[in-house]
Design a protein around this ligand. Structure first.
Ligand SMILES: [Zn+2]
Length: 92
């Protein structure tokens, strides 16, 4: 029988990578006092953002072509919204 689990790591949600790099850039560039930068809060921000934008799954080698479906600006808007949610209701 074909073991499909073998391919699990080859299928990527390209928008997930975009959210993480945008978040990393934001945290690096800004002296942020508005949100806690512990791993729990940053993962919450990423999770909320990812739940508010469409997933975009592709095979890894085709990832570049995917970046048109949602703009960086739209993702960043959702990221900012997620930060406000986490700031107001942190998980700790
Ligand atoms: Zn925190």
């Amino acid at each position: 029988m074909l073991n499909l689990y073998h391919y699990i790591n080859d299928l990527k949600n390209v928008n997930e990578k975009r959210v993480w790099s945008m978040l990393a850039e934001y945290v690096d560039d800004n002296n942020i006092n508005d949100i806690c930068t512990c791993s729990i809060c940053l993962m919450d921000v990423a999770a909320i953002t990812l739940n508010s934008i469409p997933a975009h799954y592709m095979c890894e080698e085709n990832m570049v072509a995917a970046q048109e479906k949602i703009s960086d600006t739209e993702i960043f808007e959702q990221l900012k919204k997620a930060m406000i949610v986490v700031e107001k209701t942190p998980h700790h």
